[in-house]
Write a protein that binds this ligand. Sequence first.
Ligand code: TXD
Length: 307
Amino acid sequence: MDRKIAVIGAGAVGATLAQRILESGIADVVLVDIAKNMAIGKAFDLLDAAPMLGHERTIKATDNYEDIRSSRIIVITAGLTRKPGMTREDLVAKNAAIVREVSNNIKEKAPDALVIVVTNPLDAMTYLTYKTTGFTKQRVMGMAGVLDGSRFIELLADELKVPRSSVKTLILGSHGDTMVAALSHTTVNGKRIQDVLAKDKLEKIVKRTCDRGAEIVSLFGTGSAYYSPSAAVYKMITAILDDTKETMAVSAYLEGEYGLKDMYIGVPCRIGKNGIENVVEVDLSTDEKSAFLKSAQAIKSSLELIK
Ligand code: TXD
């Protein structure tokens, strides 16, 4: 199988994602970082594990964008991470410059690729990638809702002592403090979450889900979460490669859906070989709708900073 995925940024998320891709055998990896030697070191380390794990996949580390040519999917993880006390929006100016540069290279060297953006502030950086590459809206998406939903499921399953697989949920809106846990789409063994968990406990878990990234940032001291973010990107990649058409929350470009236009925001989408096959419009409660629109407002404010 000649499949290539380029991961831009060989930091915590990028390198862990490279490991997941290689060791599951789904594709070869090109790892691009301005810190070239660090990236080469990580690639060597990953390759040295291959004989023990029994795979034949390869990884090439580079600072030369020529190497991303013919990549099917490109994942942008390059950028700065939050320090304790920082919001994702605090990163906007520096990361916008990085994402713009990366996107120009993608446009030139890999004009047919699909792009998954990870860099924060996520929805604004995905919009910037879409505008800079000029790719179709199907081919540019941001990773957030898959991760936030997984965090919510984990916390709920732990509280209720039920299998994680019995919990279904949907988190939409911005990947920021205004994200919306859609309780009307959250069930445990098919039962409404409000019927199985007391209101105060549920509120606490929703709050903890929104703060989970910051909780991990403050425990780490430096850097931010990467095991679960890389797993979320991996899930999106396999939906694309296997053309599963599975519905999952991703940051997508809206042109009227949910009453919004010309912006990227987390909504449920069917993901398949073309990227975002379509945006799925689900019913939301009145409270969820207004929280979603508030979240959209927060994204618009961070977009103002990059325009
Ligand atoms: O849910 C989500 N979307 C996220 C987003 C979950 C986790 C992390 N999230 C964001 O991803 C985070 O706030 C950052 O903006 C990015 C990357 O996080 P990561 O934890 O991987 O950051 P690192 O370890 O600091 O790695 C960043 C790498 C580092 O090796 C830099 O040298 C490189 O990016 N970098 C660049 N590579 C290529 N080109 C340029 N210009 C460049 N600038 C920095």
